[in-house]
Design a protein. Structure first.
Length: 241
């Protein structure tokens, strides 16, 4: 008798499981049909693509990079794909795509801003604060230079190192107007208002906090500093004129 009750209980549970599974399949099918139907309604076809956040770039150029198919459903556009197409351009730092119902796609962009110039011969390239080469400069601003025989637009590691050094000096209140890089072991920075600074593989940027004190002390005793050398451990070598 007990075995019969257990068997009946198991059969009831199996029937309930089949009912739930059938209901789940039915609801899923209905959802798919509704999604397909909504995606084909003309009301949700893209009729407008807006761009916001552009500064130096034109909206037409950004729309060209986005390549959003007009009259397609707003639900069928892959937002990630559109964002990736736009950020392939070196001038774009970030692109966010949003749906604005019923029929507008909004593109929010953040352009890369020039932090320094890379000079090779007579040509100049804009470099952003992350060391990314934005493109060849058209109009020059008052920005520090990364130059020297060891630099070129395709040497990403050298460029990133140059940008890091420029940023460190800038934060210390002693901005460089130029840094000449021959290789990782031989670099010379030129303070905007002050002497040149020798740097190497171990350029000890942690010692930058001492430089204002050294320069102030030299000024107090009426001595002119010719160069500062940060290539050595636990010391800043000072050369006077």
């Amino acid at each position: 008798m007990a075995k019969r009750k257990v068997l009946i209980s198991h059969r009831r549970k199996d029937r309930r499981g089949i009912k739930y599974l059938t209901l789940l399949i039915l609801l899923t099918s209905v959802g798919v049909v509704i999604a397909w139907f909504v995606s084909t309604i003309p009301y949700f076809c893209i009729t407008r693509v807006e761009v916001k956040g552009e500064e130096r770039l034109s909206k037409d150029l950004i729309l060209k990079w986005a390549a959003v198919p007009r009259q397609s459903s707003i639900f069928r556009v892959n937002l990630k794909d559109v964002s990736e197409r736009i950020t392939l351009a070196s001038k774009i730092k970030k692109a966010e795509i949003r749906r604005v119902f019923p029929s507008t796609l909004l593109i929010l962009i953040e352009e890369r801003s020039p932090f320094a110039y890379l000079r090779k011969g007579s040509r100049f390239w804009e470099i952003d604060e992350e060391g990314v080469v934005i493109g060849e400069a058209v109009e020059k601003q008052h920005l520090p230079l990364i130059t020297g025989s060891g630099v070129s637009p395709d040497k990403a590691q050298i460029i990133e190192m140059g940008v890091k050094i420029l940023a460190s000096f800038q934060k210390s209140g002693l901005p460089l107007s130029r840094i000449d890089i021959i290789n990782e072991n031989s670099m010379v920075g030129y303070l905007e208002k002050g002497p040149r600074v020798y740097l190497g593989e171990n350029h000890h940027l942690g010692y930058l906090s001492y430089l204002p004190l050294i320069l102030q002390d030299a000024k107090r005793v009426d001595r002119r500093v010719k160069y500062l050398d940060l290539r050595f451990d636990r010391q800043v070598v000072v050369g006077y004129e």
